[in-house]
Design a protein around this ligand. Structure first.
Ligand SMILES: *Cc1c(COP(=O)(O)O)cnc(C)c1O
Length: 411
């Protein structure tokens, strides 16, 4: 008797990125215990939950403690009170109409973007931007949609769309036929965005090639620039070819609380092996009903509180705080002559290392000489080589101090 493993897991190139960062930081800190490092590497929020959110959270917990207001299993798709507020506040305000059955509340956009590929057969070709949020790639490798990773850092059978200074971080449409395209805008890790016209090209491509776009809008709340779409459904024709993922993690500090949602329009159809049309929405509903039992009631009440007038105001204060930090970083790096991207409609700043120093070497320079922890761009894919990501999820004081330290570097 032998249990056979899913061999595809053996193909996963362990993403040593954050492990390796932690190792280098620990080593440095051990040798230099008195140095105060400023951590601008990890993409996790730091501001506490807003007051209104916390109150709704507490109140809902109390409801569970009373016999007459106790709730057990909720709907797998989420409670209507939250779904209706999502539609009203996140979509109707930008002219998008949705039915309740098109919105699925979940415990995270990481889970949703990772799980969604289950609905598709293993022979689909996927396309990802490079650099990329690793979940899109790894979940497809696990499902057997790739070959091996080559020495160049690219998996076989996955189409990579480079996003670099050379194309202003706007990916070119694939030359080959692809089936499933992952787009994330505002982008993690580069912090860059697409305009409505640029996103329209992708929607048109999807129509022309019978492709599906999986659109990750986890950073939507950071968008300030006009003409940057908040949702792919602002683009004409997108409802037939796109699924959208959103999350409360970055907008409201829910990284530890866990709540997100995805929108699967009824208009999206894919094909079965005989070429018949199959509606996507009921498939996702089936998948969620089978494998997921909903987000806890207090968490959904906490998420709903974000949409109250008070909640909106408090959340905006937190977002503004990060945005101000992003500005400090952007301007600080520009002042010393670096090529800086993102940080306008995003908490992430992406910059080119000076003198073509590789990502990890510049990471070490920042660590050893400026005592700032960053993320080497190469960790997000081959096209991230030569770039560094900094995040604005820190205190204002630390952010200012970090820029002062970096400005004293000589290179
Ligand atoms: C942070 C992040 C998410 C959010 O994930 P959650 O599971 O909702 O916390 C999704 N996509 C990207 C690209 C992210 O950076």
């Amino acid at each position: 008797m032998a249990v056979n493993v899913n061999d595809n897991f053996g193909l996963i190139q362990n993403n040593y990125l954050f492990v390796e960062i932690a190792r280098r930081v620990e080593e440095y800190q051990k040798a230099n215990p008195d140095v105060e490092l400023i951590k601008m590497g990890i993409g996790d929020v730091t501001r506490p939950l807003a007051k209104t959110v916390l109150k709704a959270f507490h109140d809902a917990v109390d409801e569970l403690g009373q016999a007459d207001t106790f709730r057990g299993y909720g709907p797998e798709q989420g409670y209507d009170f939250l779904i209706e507020d999502v539609i009203k506040n996140d979509y109707n305000t930008i002219g998008v109409e949705l039915k309740n059955s098109e919105v699925f509340i979940s415990d995270g956009a990481k889970c949703d973007t990772g799980n969604f590929q289950e609905l598709f057969s293993a022979d689909n070709t996927i396309a990802v931007t490079d650099p990329v949020y690793p979940v899109y790639v790894d979940s497809n490798v696990m499902a057997g949609r790739s070959g091996k990773m080559g020495d160049d850092g690219f998996y076989e059978n996955i189409v990579y769309l480079p996003c670099t200074e050379e194309n202003d971080f706007v990916p070119a449409l694939p030359e080959e036929d692809v089936d499933i395209i992952y787009l994330c805008y505002p982008n993690n890790p580069t912090g860059t965005t697409l305009t409505k016209d640029q996103l329209k090209e992708w929607v048109d491509y999807a129509h022309e090639h019978d492709a599906l776009i999986l659109f990750d809008a986890a950073y939507e709340s950071f968008i300030k620039t006009e003409n940057v779409p908040h949702s792919i459904f602002e683009i004409e024709g997108a409802k037939e070819v796109a699924v959208e993922f959103r999350s409360y993690s970055k907008v409201a500090g829910f990284t530890g609380t866990r709540c997100a949602y995805c929108v699967v329009p009824e208009e999206v159809y894919v094909k079965d092996s005989e070429g018949n049309d199959v509606q996507l929405n009921p498939l996702w509903n089936r998948r969620q009903s089978t494998k997921f039992n909903g987000v806890s009631y207090p968490v959904q009440r906490a998420a709903q509180a974000i949409y109250t007038e008070e909640g909106k105001k408090e959340i905006q204060e937190n977002l503004d705080y990060y945005v101000e930090n992003a500005k400090v970083i952007r301007e600080g790096l520009e002042k010393i002559g670096l090529h800086v991207y993102g940080g306008v409609d995003s908490p992430y700043i992406w910059f080119k290392t000076p003198n073509d120093i590789d990502s990890w070497s510049f990471f070490d320079i920042l660590l050893n000489d400026a005592h700032v922890v960053s993320t080497p761009g190469a960790g997000f894919g081959p096209s991230g080589e030569g770039y560094i990501r900094l995040t604005s999820f820190n205190t204002y004081e630390n952010t200012v101090e970090a820029m002062e330290r970096i400005s004293k570097l000589e290179f």
